[in-house]
Design a protein around this ligand. Structure first.
Ligand SMILES: CC(C)(COP(=O)(O)OP(=O)(O)OC[C@H]1O[C@@H](n2cnc3c(N)ncnc32)[C@H](O)[C@@H]1OP(=O)(O)O)[C@@H](O)C(=O)NCCC(=O)NCCS
Length: 180
């Protein structure tokens, strides 16, 4: 779901750096999957996942560093007992906005279809609620059937689109989930 800054989107959540590490067991067929707050020691894995997942609109090391240190961003990492890095999501917040944005979401290729993406999005929802947000939004390339299926499965609704949103010229759908 990446795209060009500053409007680019990939996916995210809402604990502050002072919150305790948000390790939460989530409903997932991937045994023991947990979602935690990303740390600077995750940078190499985050970059590797970015490179093997996205052809364009990639987050750079410097951008990830900023997100890891920012109060207005949250990097979430999914892990399991025997695999410390199954996937990641980036969640963005804006001051005086009750809408959080999932800016990036990716699961390691070998870990897909096992609930890791679901776990990351559920963690993003929890984080956004904790931050008082009333909605979670994201953009997705119109031909990304796997991601669209996942978002719709989790209750996201299509609310519009952007023409030529991505660096590669592709269009995006905008999705939103209202948080109870
Ligand atoms: C999109 C993406 C993040 C999904 O990640 P994932 O870990 O495979 O996601 P999940 O396993 O949670 O969900 C995907 C599938 O599992 C199913 N699923 C999720 N939780 C489930 C559960 N508890 N029980 C049964 N099925 C479940 C979903 O319905 C979906 O069905 P399918 O595999 O039969 O197609 C992953 O494909 C990816 O990284 N793609 C490349 C990057 C990308 O496109 N990112 C999104 C940019 S907008």
């Amino acid at each position: 779901m990446s795209s060009s800054p500053p409007t680019a989107n990939k996916v995210l959540s809402s604990l502050t750096r002072r919150d305790p590490q948000p390790t939460a067991q989530v409903a997932s067929p991937y045994a023991g999957v947990r979602v935690r707050r990303g740390e600077s020691t995750d940078l190499d894995e985050l970059l590797k996942l970015e490179e093997r997942t996205f052809d364009s609109d990639r987050l750079s090391r410097a951008q990830y560093r900023r997100h890891l240190d920012s109060e207005s961003a949250q990097v979430l990492v999914a892990s399991a007992p025997h695999n410390h890095f199954l996937g990641a999501a980036v969640l963005l917040f804006r001051k005086r906005s009750a809408v959080a944005r999932v800016y990036s979401l990716a699961t390691q290729p070998q870990a897909r279809h096992q609930g890791v993406g679901t776990a990351l999005l559920q963690a993003a929802e929890r984080a956004a609620r904790r931050r008082g947000c009333r909605a979670l939004r994201l953009e997705v390339q119109v031909d990304n059937a796997q991601a669209i299926k996942l978002y719709e499965h989790l209750g996201f609704e299509r609310i519009g689109g952007h023409t030529r949103y991505y660096e590669n010229g592709a269009d995006a759908w905008r999705y939103e989930k209202l948080l109870a």
